[in-house]
Design a protein around this ligand. Structure first.
Ligand code: SF4
Length: 692
């Protein structure tokens, strides 16, 4: 029996755990004393390792490479040599015929680790010569990255998860931590116990609302109007920090002009919240000696998400709640390594370490390190994941190499996504399970899983943490970066790495933000927050010390914009708003948690649709009854969960269910900057199943 230190492969809380291994089998997980989790885990941490045993509860583990030689044909098991040769040949042919930009690649924000993501973006840029590389941040916190980079300079949480409990005011906006990050929710609870005021802005009466001092039960889709009204109150009631604003920010006059139409009294109908409540929330926030804003998908999965992120950052700037301990802005990243995938340059506009692809000196640096002619480097931002279906249908993207993602389950408007896949000439899926996307692949490259390899993850607060290999893989699978290296070599770019550390050290040399984070420094239990520019640097617990912002002017950029209504409003035919949400026992596309016996027994139904009792009564829907949920794009079966916690006029579903995925219903109205879809808002109707 041995114990191996690891990091939970689920959410961005980055909980440390010990995997107890006997005869090459994991038999249990124990909480370890990580800086974010302090000997606690949620149920996914305790019971989320079982998928490694290929339980086949939901989908089988991928055990060998497979090729579908003809469209419509069967997937045939092949040798690794044949899989690599065939994939390299097809990618090479498509590149020669249509150019590098006809090939899309994705990294993975899940259990594969930072080293693999570094290698994947290197494959796109140095081998294919395209910036067409992206990750699932596009459909979650892409707007946080874009919005915070513009207003403050860094697209990440400014402080740390451990610091939350010391803040004296938490403004929790569109973020249901009890379901999405249970260990972060503990910090919120502790902050409350330490005397913090808690203000929740959310249409549902979520768990955090139950302990809040104030719950603004807002209308769905009103975020920008509410944030503008918050700004209006800070200015009109003179609650803002004049000295801070004048010394450290730009744009106060333009900001004042933008918010002047958003008096709380003027936006009551949009927000659904009384002017008095809006004013009180800002009085509390501005009066606190330290205040932190936390947000989640309730901010970012809208067509106007980047603007709202910039507006929230502006509230922190107006009140001087940045650049010190116990304050700040906290986009709490969803998947365990989505921060890491972004850190490693799995973004179409940035190399690793957030270095722009449009900067000739940066391109030259990477080209030199990678041994290629700088003229071959793509000098324009590449394609985002959410643009692929459209570009495939236009014939501009022909091939997609997908690592550890399941877009045929997780992307908005699945009918559109399926049409896009059908238009592609060649799809390569590198994964651990036969996901919906793997079922549509021309080539399957089976990879090792979390537990079968080690590496480094970045948790939501910029903290790099190592995780170790616990067991030997049982099937004919390879490590992700090894597969990518074989493909690169077959395509004429020799790529040979000895181990994770060699990849990590190559990455560090190219990224000033991360240079000081060595494997040795991280050790077994280390948590080193970037920036960490030198070998003797301890890491950065909070950003913007001295209120020096990483913007071109060095000052924080105040921002407000007119509110835009969501793209598809309820009407007589589709009278309810559908909002997608998370569920505590499952995760992402559910390919991992759905194959864990303990988690599966918690929830084995075809999902739920949460609905308010009045709406349910009006529609003749009983609690637990099966219902059709329909939108203009499709319809699915679900089970009604009638609850007082739900606001009238809206219903809520997870996207984690294998059958009846709510993304059959959602729409791809994209934020114009981040290209993140509006999966928090579309129009639907519900009907009891016996009526059909
Ligand atoms: Fe894992 Fe997140 Fe739960 Fe921690 S809170 S155990 S990281 S799922």
């Amino acid at each position: 029996m041995k114990k191996v230190t690891s990091v939970c492969p689920y959410c961005g809380a980055g909980c440390k755990l010990n995997l107890v291994v006997n005869s090459n089998k994991i038999i249990r997980a124990e909480a370890a004393d990580g800086i974010t989790n302090q000997n606690q885990l949620c149920l996914k941490g305790y019971y989320g390792w079982d998928f490694l045993n290929d339980t086949r509860l939901l989908t089988p583990r991928l055990r060998q490479p497979m090729i579908r030689y003809q469209k419509g044909g069967k997937l045939t098991p092949v040798t690794w040599d044949e899989a690599i040769r065939y994939t390299a040949k097809r990618l090479g042919e498509i590149k020669a015929a249509y150019g590098p930009r006809a090939i899309m690649t994705t990294g993975s924000s899940r259990g594969t680790g930072n080293e693999t993501n570094y290698v994947m973006q290197k494959f796109a840029r140095a081998v294919l010569h395209t910036n067409n590389v992206d990750c699932c941040a596009r459909v979650c916190h892409g707007p946080s990255v874009a919005g915070l980079q513009e207003t403050l300079g860094n697209g990440a949480m400014s402080n740390s998860i451990a610091d939350i409990e010391h803040s004296k005011c938490l403004l929790v906006f569109g973020y249901n931590c009890a379901d999405s990050h249970p260990i972060v929710a503990r910090r919120v609870l502790r902050a409350k116990q330490n005397g913090a005021k808690v203000i929740v802005c959310d249409p549902r009466r979520i768990e955090t609302a139950r302990i809040a001092d104030q719950h603004l039960q807002i209308n769905n889709g009103c975020n920008m109007a509410l944030v503008n009204a918050f700004g209006y109150v800070l200015l009109e009631e003179d609650l803002y920090d004049h000295e801070y604003v004048s010394r450290y920010t730009d744009g106060i006059e333009a900001y004042r002009e933008q918010v002047k139409a958003y008096a709380p009294e003027a936006v009551e109908a949009i927000t659904g919240v009384s002017a008095q409540s809006i004013r009180q929330a800002m009085r509390t926030y501005a009066a606190a000696p330290s205040a932190t804003i936390m947000w989640g998908m309730g901010v970012t999965q809208f067509g106007q998400a980047v603007d709202v992120v910039k507006g929230l950052a502006s509230l922190a700037l107006l009140t001087g709640n940045l650049g010190r301990a116990h304050v700040g802005v906290g986009p709490v990243r969803g998947q365990n390594n989505v921060q890491g995938a972004c850190d490693m340059g799995v973004l179409p506009n940035q190399f690793p370490g957030y270095q722009p692809v449009t900067d000739a000196a940066v391109r030259e640096k990477f080209a030199h390190a990678w041994g290629i002619d700088p003229a071959l480097m793509d000098d324009q931002p590449g394609v985002r994941i959410t643009e692929v279906p459209h570009l495939a249908l236009e014939g501009k993207v022909k091939a997609w190499y997908i690592m550890g993602e399941d877009p045929l389950q997780t992307e908005a408007d699945l009918g559109l996504v399926r049409a896009g896949f059908e238009a592609l000439d060649f799809v390569v899926v590198q994964d651990i399970f036969m996901t919906k996307t793997a079922e549509a692949a021309d080539v399957i490259l089976p990879a090792t899983s979390w537990g079968e390899h080690g590496g480094v993850f970045t948790c939501a607060d910029r903290g790099f943490q190592r995780f170790e290999k616990a067991i030997e893989p049982s099937y004919n699978v390879k490590r992700d970066w090894e597969i990518i290296s074989l493909l690169a070599t077959e395509m004429g770019y020799p790529m040979h790495y000895r181990d994770n550390q060699q990849i990590w050290d190559e990455m560090r040399e190219l990224c000033p933000l991360f240079f000081g984070v060595t494997y040795q420094k991280m050790g077994e239990m280390g948590h080193i927050q970037w920036p960490c520019p030198t070998l003797d640097h301890p890491g950065t617990a909070y950003l913007y010390e001295g209120n020096q912002f990483d913007t071109p002017s060095g000052r924080g950029q105040l921002f407000a914009a007119p509110w835009r209504a969501p793209a598809e409003r309820p009407d007589a035919e589709y009278p309810l708003v559908l909002c997608t949400v998370r569920e505590v026992g499952h995760y992402s596309c559910r390919s991992m948690t759905g194959n864990c016996a303990a988690l599966q027994t918690l929830a084995d139904e075809p999902g739920f649709v949460q609905i308010n009792p009045q709406d349910a009564q009006q529609l003749g829907i009983r609690d637990r009854a099966l219902v059709w949920v329909s939108s203009r794009r499709g319809r699915v079966i679900s089970r009604a969960d009638v609850s007082e916690r739900i606001n009238q006029g809206a219903v809520y579903m997870t996207y984690q269910w294998w059958i009846g995925a709510c993304n059959e219903l959602t729409q791809d109205n994209l934020d114009p900057v981040s290209k993140t879809p509006e999966t928090k808002y579309c129009a639907v109707n519900l009907s009891a199943i016996q009526d059909q």
